[in-house]
Design a protein around this ligand. Structure first.
Ligand code: NAD
Ligand code: UGA
Length: 343
């Protein structure tokens, strides 16, 4: 049984898998559900899981921020199935593992319909835990560094309980994820469900929505389009950016390992937003202007993961440096925008 310190250990054995588990549409060892698998991180995770011939992958997604385009290479593959489904509704499938990612991640999208965001986090997670309970599947939740809020501890390790505004415009997301973590541990303690919780820090890479509003996608699209890079004030706020292939590697190690988490998965390299803009300018378009614009409420001032636990328990640490990852994303954005590099 996985453990995470005495408070968290379940006293119950995990439930027995359903007999229907054996009724496979393809002779695979592992049938894996990825919720939110048409999104940015989810689709890269699917690519990696599909590389293993012993895996069948089922994606459920409502396409709010994701797209079938991200999965086009797998549609029609005998080990792959794509279902249009909203996780706030119950789902009946037979699976061995659940990677539960479904949730809008960009602040502009999660704030667009905050009630739906909190329903996705709470009802969606309850539904996936109910599925885990019925099938005996192990479930991994992609939580977030936003559970630390505007942190008073720096860098943030997993013992920190956070500094979160419960009634702010970001609360649908950060409080939603906090409740999702609570539900995961309550199902673990009460029903013996095998859980894994990843606290993901800002992740970037190819396939992010071009007009997604997150800082790396904004700056790269702006640099390619010759538009000023919009640094939100004060510009000294920090973030730590993890390349998506490192993130996927960390998520799979967490799922396959013995630890419930929560475990921070992120790149500890810390940059101010002004430094990020300067890097993008230098690497992608030296002629572009950098301007400052108003910020939004409750923007965390600093964020940097302490990844000691991921190193020790998962043998994981990120490999791709920001200056190596940005050009890979530039190439993808140029292809999708149809704008080649100036000679
Ligand atoms: N990218 C990051 O920096 C980051 C950081 C911390 C945590 N996370 C978490 O990782 C997960 C994936 O993030 P992402 O960056 O790939 O975002 P994304 O928006 O690209 O992907 C989310 C996917 O979930 C789907 N979805 C949303 N609501 C749904 C619902 N009710 N039912 C079914 N599908 C639904 C979307 O259509 C999309 O395909 C999210 O849970 C997010 O909170 C991401
Ligand atoms: O790591 C995380 O846990 C969270 O990271 C991001 O949230 P956030 O860091 O606020 O993401 P961005 O919108 O990319 O903003 C990062 C910083 O860039 C700034 N910013 C954003 C956009 C822009 O054009 N310019 C700019 O300076 C923001 O003010 C903020 O300080 C994700 O979008 C969340 O889903 C995720 O959970």
């Amino acid at each position: 049984m996985a453990s995470n310190g005495n408070n968290h250990v379940s006293t119950k054995p995990p439930p027995e898998p359903s007999p229907l588990r054996k009724a496979k549409f393809f002779q695979a060892n592992m049938r894996i559900l990825v919720t939110g698998g048409a999104g940015f991180i989810g689709s890269h995770l699917v690519d990696k899981l599909m590389q293993n011939e012993k895996n069948e992958v089922i994606v459920v997604d409502n396409y709010f921020t994701g797209s079938k385009d991200n999965l086009k290479q797998w549609i029609g593959h005998p080990r792959f199935e794509l279902i249009r489904h909203d996780v706030t509704e119950p789902l009946l499938v037979e699976v061995d593992q659940i990677y539960h990612l479904a949730c809008p991640a960009s602040p502009i999208f999660y704030k667009y319909n905050p009630v739906k965001t909190i329903k996705t986090n709470v009802i969606g997670t309850l539904n996936m835990l109910g599925l885990a309970k019925r099938t005996g599947a192990r479930i991994l939740l992609t939580s977030t560094s936003e559970v630390y809020g505007d942190p008073l501890m720096h860098p943030q390790d997993e013992t920190y309980w956070g500094n979160v505004n419960p009634i702010g415009v970001r609360s649908c997301y950060d409080e939603g994820k906090r409740v999702a973590e609570t539900l995961m541990f309550d199902y673990h303690r009460q029903h013996g469900i095998e859980i894994r919780i990843a606290r993901i820090f800002n992740t970037y890479g190819p396939r992010m929505n071009i007009d997604d509003g997150r800082v790396v996608s904004n700056f790269i699209a702006q640099a390619i389009r010759d538009e000023p890079l919009t640094v939100q004030l004060p510009g000294t706020q920090t973030r730590s950016f993890c390349y998506v292939s490192d993130m996927v590697d960390g998520l799979i190690r967490l799922m396959e390992g013995d630890n419930t988490g929560p475990i921070n998965i992120g790149n500890p390299g810390e940059f101010t937003m002004l430094e990020l803009a300067e890097n993008v300018k230098e690497l992608i378009n030296p002629d572009v202007k950098i301007i400052t614009v108003e910020n939004t409420p409750d923007d965390p001032r600093q964020r940097k993961p302490d990844i000691t636990k991921a190193k020790e328990l998962l043998g994981w640490e990120p490999k791709v440096k920001l200056r190596d990852g940005l050009p890979l994303m530039e190439e993808d954005f140029r292809g999708r925008l149809g704008i080649s590099r100036k000679k």
